[in-house]
Design a protein around this ligand. Sequence first.
Ligand code: SF4
Length: 212
Amino acid sequence: MTLTQKAQILKTLFLQKYADAKSELHYTNIYELLIAVMLSAQCTDKRVNIVTPALFAKYPNALALSKADINDVKNLIKSVSFFNNKAKNLIEMAKAVVQKFGGEIPTNQKDLMSLKGVGQKSANVVLGEFLKQNYMAVDTHVFRVSHRLGLSDSKSALQTESDLEGLFKSDLNALHQAFVLFGRYECKAVNPQCVTCFVKEYCVDSKNFKPK
Ligand code: SF4
């Protein structure tokens, strides 16, 4: 079996098993999703979901957040990792959205990545999750799963993203979310559930791969 054939089989299996997969971050619009994604870097979705209701209630749009007092934002998100930097980035992001995009979160990768604190991974997550656009994003779960399944042997997350795009071509947003959920609850970093794994026959190495 070639790698392309294996990828097609895995694609079908993952899309079947995770047919309605969506982000576990809580949000009601693209502004809230972008903030939740920015806060989730090196932090759990559960932790982010604890702080965002109060943050969204006080700052319901980019204009409000652009005028926020930094210490108030820090206080609202202080239980999230790297909250100092994230508070600064959130306000800078909101200012740029107001000044350059009329207060609306941009809906293309280039403009999203022009915002402070928004890298390619975050931009792709937002575009894939909210707009169902065909983007892959490689976080720690996607990296580990794709390496355990032998779909990539690249060292970096960005190169792994490119490998997965080349193999899967379509449904990248759905596959991203499927890999995240599979990695979070089954193919876990420590103690993966290999005995009951639905794709164990395709697994090449169960070690804990991490991006450099
Ligand atoms: S067999 Fe284990 S390590 Fe391999 S993909 Fe399944 S859960 Fe992950």
